[in-house]
Ligand binder design. Structure first.
Ligand code: HSE
Length: 438
């Protein structure tokens, strides 16, 4: 029997209950779990009914008490939200305790501050559950893919929106109805706006980018478009053209003249994106997430699995606890951290302006149905060097036409200029949709 390691849990909601269930049933899992002991759990309300029945003596309403408990060596933060979670994580670190957290909102915004505090205190802060639910992606990026130069990370990294989009596409169910089911299944954030507005995916791509490219970026500058304005007709038109629409988050290293050894220009964004049906991300449905990494020399590698929910997220939290427990079994504390497990930032990264982002585009114009309109759109795009891959007219009535254009790769600045010119023509009533396209 190795050393006993005391675990303090902050939060006993969907994820916390999942973690407690695993800790309380070690049989058949990694034997190191036998050395872990759930010592104390902070909850908001002692009398609330929960999916797990824990002895009352383990519960407290004071998260500080859990952090200060001398029997607790690892603090697991699964409260969600920014405060008090950030302050509690920093308190745990200051008390010399390693932290495991599923909190993407805190890590995306305060990751640098937390990593600096953790390295000064000689403790770990592990975040496997913050991105991709049960999919191992954080440790693979930190360790298994360390020999690669990463070029691009693309991910379907919000389970709630993927669940909604998949059911809407397959069954034609109304958006609000599907959202309610996703919430009931424990996929959605407390405030579902974080999911459907793309904010949760933006938090996660900020974290993945930091690990893939070795430096943090300003989370608040990520161009983000959610699914709330996505119309069923765009899902249908996409299908007719051989695509499926997904909420895609991307982080890409752009080759740029300004790049030096110490400055990596990155393009990050979150938006509904048309994905060709034969692309590996196109078949990712329901609550599943997938992250596609493109690097040199590995080429492409995809991580796929359940992206939200109690069990999958708890699986990732427990993996982090085991990593810390494993190290504590072999190390007498020297204060030196394992550099592959500790957070590390080794160069400066910076976001390019949104106009410099290069992508293929899906545009839907609302136009008057008369000869020459498609020619006019083609001329304006051609004048601004925007190459069209396909242009299709979907008639909605005799007088109104919907014209869908898919472009080749072009900068968003060029795209903006071309769309400004096109929408000045009286024949064009407006741009009704503008999304990305792989
Ligand atoms: N609300 C998140 C999602 C939970 O739907 O993916 C996992 O982070």
């Amino acid at each position: 029997m190795g050393k006993r390691i005391g675990i303090g849990l902050l939060g006993l909601g969907t994820v916390g209950a999942g973690v407690a269930k695993i800790l309380n049933s070690p049989e058949g899992r990694n034997p190191l779990l036998n050395n872990l002991e759930l010592v104390e759990v902070a909850v908001r309300d002692l009398d609330r009914l929960r999916p797990i029945d824990l002895p009352r003596s383990l519960l407290t309403t004071s998260p500080e008490k859990v952090i200060e408990n001398p029997k607790v060596q690892v603090v697991v933060e699964v409260l969600g939200g920014i405060e008090p979670a950030r302050t509690l994580i920093l308190k745990a670190i200051a008390s010399g305790k390693s932290v495991v957290t599923a909190n993407k909102a805190v890590i995306a915004r305060h990751g640098q501050e937390i990593a600096t505090a953790a390295s000064a205190a000689g403790v770990y802060v592990l975040i496997e559950a913050a991105v991709g639910g049960g999919i191992p992606i954080i440790e693979p990026l930190k360790q298994s893919l360390g020999g690669n130069k990463i070029r691009k990370v693309s991910g379907i990294i919000n389970g709630t929106t993927n669940y909604i989009l998949s059911r809407m596409a397959k069954e034609g169910i109304a958006y609000k109805e599907v959202l309610k089911v996703a919430q009931d299944l424990g996929y959605a954030e407390a405030d579902p706006a974080a999911d459907v507005e793309g904010l949760d995916a933006a938090d996660k791509i900020a974290i993945l980018s930091g690990l893939a490219f070795g430096g943090s970026i300003d989370r608040s500058e990520i161009p983000t478009k959610g699914i709330t304005n996505l119309e069923k007709r765009d899902v249908d038109y996409a299908k007719e053209l051989g695509y499926v629409v997904k909420l895609l988050a991307t982080a890409e290293h752009l080759n740029s003249k300004t790049e030096g050894n110490n400055f990596l220009p990155l393009a990050l964004q979150v938006q509904p994106t048309l994905i060709p049906l034969e692309h590996p991300l196109a078949g990712v449905n329901g609550v599943n997430n997938a992250i596609l990494i493109e690097g040199d020399p590995i080429g492409e590698v995809m991580f796929y699995g359940p992206g939200a929910g109690s069990g999958p997220t708890a699986s990732a939290v427990v993996a982090d606890i085991l990593n810390i427990a494993g190290i504590q079994q072999v190390e007498s504390h020297t204060g030196e951290l394992d550099p592959l497990l500790a957070a590390s930032s080794w160069r400066k990264c910076s976001l390019v302006k949104p106009d410099a982002i290069i992508q293929r585009n899906y545009i839907r114009f609302n136009a008057i149905n008369k000869p020459g309109v498609i020619g006019l759109i083609g001329t304006h795009f051609g004048n601004r060097d925007v190459s069209i891959q396909s242009i299709v007219q979907f008639d909605t009535s005799d007088s109104v036409a919907e014209i869908v254009v898919i472009t080749h790769q072009v900068s968003q600045g060029q795209m903006k200029d071309a769309l400004n010119a096109i929408t000045k023509s009286p024949e064009i009533k407006g741009v009704s949709a503008h999304y990305g396209c792989l």
